[in-house]
Design a protein around this ligand. Structure first.
Ligand code: OGA
Ligand code: MN
Length: 265
């Protein structure tokens, strides 16, 4: 959803509470024309929202360690987030969400898509809902960031001291949103490896049925970025995907990750 007539650099109190609630429910909010949303304003807004998670993977800006730079250089082929995913599902206490600011945009392309996991869950056939009731799944990012993995070409996969990072977490396949209580599908094709107690091979057919349902067109929305655009999303309510359709051009976004809480069925 798009929220108009708000200056994020100044939003606080009841305005901030209303923004928060809208994002918990709708999953993502877009704010255009935020030309005064400087890195300092970005950090100050995130602090007013709540805790900031400093990213372990992404190159950070030296002046503002709270901000991770999501960058694709003109000569890079792989982008960050090019498949459907939810950020940090491989953490046992996953990030609540992110505040993403457009800084350098390609001449065209580079849109971001979101899919609503509450709508996705609601639309599942009853038999499938019963089949996944009470299941848990294992998530990790190790296969993506390791040598030879999908992101080996990006500036990622090592912590700030150059050490490789390992991750792993288990979460219910269906969680309840910590604030709204709505049931949400919480598996994703980027980081979910298997259903707990089953091999990956045995898990994949069921996971694939869930993934196919999750990205049905009427669960999704698409944002075409402009200078001054800011998106804030909830990682529990949504998946997202960064289109990689601007080869030969650079794209740079600034991201602050908001602290989350443990998830439960
Ligand atoms: C992210 C991400 C999407 C984009 O920052 O987590 O997936 O469009 N970004 O850059
Ligand atoms: Mn992402």
């Amino acid at each position: 959803m798009e929220i108009k007539d708000v200056k994020l650099a100044e939003a606080q109190g009841p305005v901030l509470d209303a923004i928060r609630q809208a994002i918990y429910e709708h999953g993502v909010a877009l704010f255009r024309g935020q030309d005064d949303f400087t890195p300092e304003a970005h950090i100050a807004f995130a602090r007013r929202w709540g805790g900031i998670d400093i990213n372990n993977y992404f190159p950070l800006t030296a002046d503002h360690p709270e901000i991770a730079v999501v960058r694709k250089r003109a000569d890079q082929v792989t982008n960050i987030g090019g498949g459907w995913h939810t950020d940090h599902s491989y953490d046992q206490v996953p990030a609540m969400g992110s505040i993403l600011v457009a800084r350098t945009l390609p001449p065209s392309g580079g849109d971001t898509l979101w899919a609503h996991m509450g709508a996705a869950y609601d639309a599942l056939p009853d038999t499938l809902k019963q089949e996944i009731e009470g299941l848990e799944a294992y998530h990790t990012a190790d296969h993506i960031y390791e040598e030879g993995g999908l992101y080996a070409q990006t500036d990622m996969g090592r912590d700030l001291r150059g050490q490789s990072i390992t991750t792993g977490a288990t979460h219910p396949v269906v969680i309840r949103h910590p604030q709204t209580g709505r049931k949400l599908l919480y598996v994703n094709s980027a980081f979910t490896i298997n259903i707990v107690g089953r091999s990956r091979e045995d898990s994949l057919p069921l996971l694939q049925r869930l993934y196919d349902a999750a990205t049905a067109a009427d669960n999704t929305c698409r944002v075409a970025w402009e200078p001054g655009s800011v998106a804030i999303w909830d990682n529990r309510t949504t998946w997202h995907l960064a289109m990689n359709d601007y080869q030969g051009h650079a794209r740079e976004m600034h991201r602050i990750t908001l602290t989350g809480e443990p998830l439960a069925a």
